[in-house]
Design a protein. Structure first.
Length: 152
């Protein structure tokens, strides 16, 4: 069996995602964008149970999946999703001296992410998560993580 295209094209797809996320966030550098994206992923991951972490990770493109699970421990779980303002503050707290997360970062990353996931895979994963977890991926316009693009 040949190497899956998902892995062969992982870097190009991540670069495309990062460029789109940087544009959506209005950020000047890949490093700034990476920090915001990582902050969003970590704020979400902390609220998931271990099985949910794995379900969601499996719906992400390869490099984002690696970022999502890097350094993960089951002991980091925090129960419940606080309000959006608290989650946005948590995103900004990652490397706070070098974090340029604009207001609405979670929604902007969500909207971008949906254009870079396999729609069917993402929808199946989201359906297995709590309503609060699904709401996390709303983009601020009421759209939920429904994989508008299918770019896998």
């Amino acid at each position: 069996m040949p190497m899956p295209q998902e892995y062969q094209l992982a870097t190009q797809r991540f670069d495309a995602f990062l460029a789109d996320a940087g544009d959506a966030l209005g950020l000047a550098t890949r490093n700034q964008t990476y920090t915001v994206v990582e902050g969003v992923l970590l704020a979400f991951r902390r609220r998931l149970k271990p099985d949910e972490v794995l379900i969601f990770a499996d719906a992400l493109p390869a490099v984002l999946r690696a970022i999502f699970v890097a350094g993960w421990t089951v002991s980091e779980h925090m129960s419940g999703f606080p309000g959006r303002d608290a989650l946005e503050a948590e995103v900004r707290a990652l490397r706070a001296d070098h974090n340029f997360a604009p207001a609405g970062s979670i929604g902007l990353v969500s909207r971008t992410l949906r254009h870079h996931v396999d729609r069917g895979r993402f929808d199946k994963a989201m359906a297995k998560l709590s309503p609060e977890a699904q709401m996390f991926w709303e983009d601020g316009d009421g759209a939920q993580g429904s994989g508008a693009g299918g770019a896998q």
